[in-house]
Write a protein that binds this ligand. Structure first.
Ligand code: F6R
Length: 610
């Protein structure tokens, strides 16, 4: 996830672009850059690190003459967050510059073809490949618009791009496919950006672009075309009434809510290039050259630890790899016996959690191969691991982890399928069912989320004043019960315990009374009957229950409680629906209690102390 802004108008473009990038910094902040017209050429200035680094670089420069320019703030996906990987990227012959948000899935094939034609590359990015694909299409009799459209129609994946051409001063090209991009329409000036706040100080008139649309814009004109055949598309201008703060959150009240609703996109990004829908198999390029381990030890903290617990049965059943899961702060102070055939997989959204880093170093010192599952590119854990897999969730701003967990679950599912295929331990029927269910997930979740939120709101209003609550589940629902309890604790400050349902009778059931609700995760799986017995034990002691279950189980006898019916997902994938329901319940509970949802008390996004 990156931020794009492009401008054609009458004001100095570079300061305006920098101001826009500031407002988009939440979308990515590991490097940035600008491109502007100067002396008949395109001038590109880039810097790694925060936007301030770029501003410092530009401060002594003559930047006030250009009235057309574009900028980018990066959330790295291909290549480390260095200056050479920062955008804009210039084409080999120098005539074009391009900024890009998203992932070009077939970039390697395109790059190989360009290499054969003698193009050389300065960066590791898919963006530099794309700008060269456009240049490759340029030729006599073909306009820049046509070359741009030809190159984009060959690109697979998700993108939002903006482009400037040396031979067409004052003009910006842009296009989108499954990544946000919109036009801001001013008087004698026009804008293209990933999000409204980037230009909201200058205009409130917006044109929302659709997938497969291309834009050509100057200071005094803007046109939208269909990518397929360059037919003009007529668009409506809409007036935005939001204030700046609301706009930065994309209209959502909190970053947490926005990030919960971003999960369908994040899951699709995580799968991109790793699931082969023709062969119906997982093919994780990062794992291609690595032997599957004989044993796997997963080490992580907090929500990331829950991802490991959730994936353990898949890694064992599908990949046939014995697996254990440990809390990093415990692992680091034991003297674990590690063997050479064992790999340690550390999971961390931030890649900077102190205990997880320490665990990684202990594992390495003990001779184990270290794999990492991270979200933040170039983070300490990503740098120190022998092999890293990125979750591709995009920046997570809210302190409470949401889309980071669902993408960790997705990446671990893909790992289990990949290794299962390599080891021949997952049968074809399971593989087929898993892949088709995974491919369908983003769309299913997209349509499910609004309904989940309204159900979560009414349940939260009923139960948010409880003095405490249980979250209970079996099998893969158990780690999600732990996660549900963690979320309610950290956001709503309600004391909540997550338990394996079967453990209730061993002590915790003593807490059950009429004002102590239990939240049962009871999807329609092989363990449903067992969970239901535990549910009845709670009901028999006058404990109110909330049962998160599937349509087959509708109409269960409940003395005091509510059934929350979710559509059934295929087998082990039920968690991808249960999890957002739990996230929304905690979000709504915290909101209804007036808590600071995005920055809960005493917490930090990245726990860099032990
Ligand atoms: C809870 C939460 C934390 C983190 C934990 C590990 O919502 O966000 O429990 O999961 O601090 O952080 P990472 O994954 O960055 O190592």
């Amino acid at each position: 996830m990156c931020g794009i802004i492009a401008y054609a108008g009458h004001r100095p473009a570079v300061p305006l672009v920098l101001e826009g990038l500031r407002r988009l910094e939440y979308r990515g902040y590991d490097s940035s850059g600008v491109c502007f017209e100067q002396g008949g050429d395109l001038c590109v200035i880039r810097a790694s690190g925060k936007l301030q680094e770029l501003e410092d670089k530009l401060s002594g420069m003559q930047i006030f003459l250009a009235t057309t320019g574009m900028g980018h703030t990066r959330w790295a996906t291909h290549g480390a967050p260095t200056e050479s990987n920062a955008h804009p990227h210039r084409s080999f012959r120098g005539g074009l510059c391009l900024v890009h948000n998203g992932i070009i899935e077939n970039y390697q094939e395109c790059k190989n073809e360009l290499l054969r034609k003698g193009v050389s590359f300065q960066s590791e990015t898919d963006t530099e490949v794309l700008v060269n694909c456009v240049e490759d299409e340029c030729g006599p009799g073909l306009s820049n618009l046509e070359a741009f459209a030809r190159a984009l129609s060959k690109a697979q994946g998700a993108y939002a791009v903006a482009m400037m051409a040396r031979d067409e001063p004052g003009t910006i090209y842009a296009a989108r496919q499954s990544a946000p991009l919109l036009l801001g329409i001013g008087t004698g000036e026009n804008f293209v950006a990933s999000d409204i706040p980037a230009f909201l100080s200058y205009t409130r008139d917006v044109v929302f672009l659709e997938d497969g649309e291309i834009v050509r814009m100057t200071a005094s004109s803007w046109e939208v075309f269909s990518l397929e055949d360059l037919r003009p598309v007529s668009k409506n201008i809409q007036r935005i009434e939001w204030d700046m703060q609301a706009a930065q959150k994309g209209g959502y009240k909190h970053f947490m809510l926005k990030e919960i609703f971003e999960q369908p996109r994040a899951l699709a990004d995580c799968m991109a290039g790793r699931l082969d829908s023709r062969r119906m198999e997982a093919n994780v390029p990062e794992l291609m050259d690595a032997e599957p381990p004989e044993r796997l030890r997963i080490v992580a903290c907090g929500t990331s630890y829950h991802a490991g617990l959730w994936a353990m049965p898949l890694l064992e059943e599908w990949a046939g790899i014995p697996c254990t899961v440990e809390i990093a702060s415990e692992f680091r102070y034991r003297k674990p016996l590690l063997s050479r055939d064992e790999a340690v997989l550390v999971i961390s959204q931030s890649g900077e959690t102190a205990d997880t880093i320490a665990a990684l170093r202990i594992a390495r010192a003990g001779g184990a191969r270290v794999l990492a599952l991270c979200n933040v590119l170039g983070s300490s854990i990503a740098r120190e691991a022998d092999l890293v897999l990125y979750t591709q969730a995009g920046p997570e701003i809210s302190v409470a982890s949401t889309k980071a967990l669902s993408t960790q679950m997705m990446a671990l599912t893909l790992m289990a399928l990949h290794w299962g295929r390599v080891r021949g331990s997952v049968n074809e029927d399971t593989r087929h069912k898993a892949v088709s269910a995974l491919l369908a997930l983003p769309d299913q979740l997209q349509s499910l989320l609004p309904g989940l939120q309204s159900e979560a709101r009414s349940l939260a209003q009923r139960y948010a004043h409880a003095k405490g609550m249980f979250f209970l589940g079996r099998g893969q629902s158990y780690p999600l019960a732990l996660e549900g309890a963690l979320k309610v604790k950290e956001l709503a400050y309600i004391h909540a315990e997550g338990y394996a349902s079967g453990e209730m009778k061993h002590g915790p059931i003593a807490l059950i009374e009429p004002d102590f609700p239990s939240f049962f995760l009871a999807p329609h799986d092989a363990l449903f009957a067992k969970t239901k017995s535990n549910l009845e034990e709670v009901c028999a002691r006058s404990g109110p229950v909330i049962v998160l279950t599937n349509p087959q189980r509708q109409g269960m006898e409940l003395r005091d409680g509510t059934q929350w019916i979710l559509p059934e997902a295929w087998g082990p994938l039920a968690g991808f629906f249960l999890l957002p329901a739990l996230q929304l319940f905690s979000y709504e509970a915290a909101s209804s209690l007036g808590k600071d949802v995005d920055q809960p008390r005493n917490l930090a996004k990245s726990v860099t102390v032990e």
